[in-house]
Design a binder for this molecule. Structure first.
Ligand SMILES: [Zn+2]
Ligand SMILES: [Zn+2]
Length: 243
């Protein structure tokens, strides 16, 4: 598997940037995980929407779904010009009003996923665990060819999350605030907690994402390194990682 970062900002994108969006590629096929603000324009550098195998939405916060509607428009236009592609979009069923907004658009088909569910797309086995965040949010574990990728999506720190991502070769973990700051009330981790999670789960490499709009990002690595002694990097658009 190979992971391409399309966007990494938390909450909103900086100029020409994007919020959460990750392209997981395997054997020439790809799955889009989250479709935040600015992600569509980045996605088109690599793949046409009609060529995606699936889209997985971890939760209905705008920094993870802002471009989902326009992704659906691209597939709708493809269907108008004779394309028969129907893209499965997997997403949590709540908040129900938001889920329903994306239903019934030709060219794509919304399918609910929940804690404990499993599915296969692009030859990759996916499983999901509910995180601790203000709306129903799913962490993602993806396995293929004996390798494992994991993504926390948005969550505060809790020990069971480490069980879910245990042994992942690559962990993409949110680090919304700096070590010493408390993200828990908003359902987020600080960099030190992201490092603790990686250490407790025994992952191979740690990629920090969902980054804040202040401070010096390099210090996020220092915070995570208090617990995790493996390789730590900061997500940036276009970055590509072999899992
Ligand atoms: Zn969120
Ligand atoms: Zn978010």
């Amino acid at each position: 598997m190979r992971l391409r970062v399309l966007g990494f900002w938390g909450a909103y994108p900086e100029a020409d940037g994007a919020t959460a969006g990750y392209l997981l590629e395997h054997e020439g096929r790809s799955v889009l995980i989250d479709c935040g603000s600015g992600v569509m324009a980045k996605l088109l550098r690599y793949v046409q929407p009609k060529a995606l195998s699936a889209c997985i939405i971890t939760h209905f916060h705008f920094d993870h779904v802002a471009d989902l509607g326009v992704l659906q428009y691209a597939l709708l236009l493809n269907s108008f010009s004779g394309g028969d592609k129907v893209l499965p979009i997997y997403a949590p069923r709540t908040p129900e009003a938001l889920y329903q907004q994306y239903e019934g658009v030709r060219g794509s088909e919304l399918q609910p996923i929940a804690d404990g569910d499993r599915l296969k797309a692009a030859g990759v086995h996916f499983s999901f665990m509910r995180t601790r965040h203000p709306v129903e949010t799913l962490a993602v574990r993806a396995q293929a060819d004996g390798r494992t990728f994991a993504y926390t999506s948005d969550s505060q720190f809790f020990p069971e999350l480490a069980d879910f991502i245990r042994g992942a070769d690559l962990l993409v973990a949110e680090a919304s605030v700096y070590a010493g700051e408390d993200g828990t009330p908003a359902g987020h981790m600080n960099a030190e907690e992201a490092g603790r999670l990686a250490a407790e789960a025994g992952v191979g490499r740690l990629l920090l994402t969902h980054l804040p709009h202040y401070g010096v990002h390099r210090e996020l690595i220092d915070g995570a390194a208090r617990h995790f002694h493996g390789t730590i990097a900061l997500a940036h658009t276009g970055a590509c990682y072999d899992v």
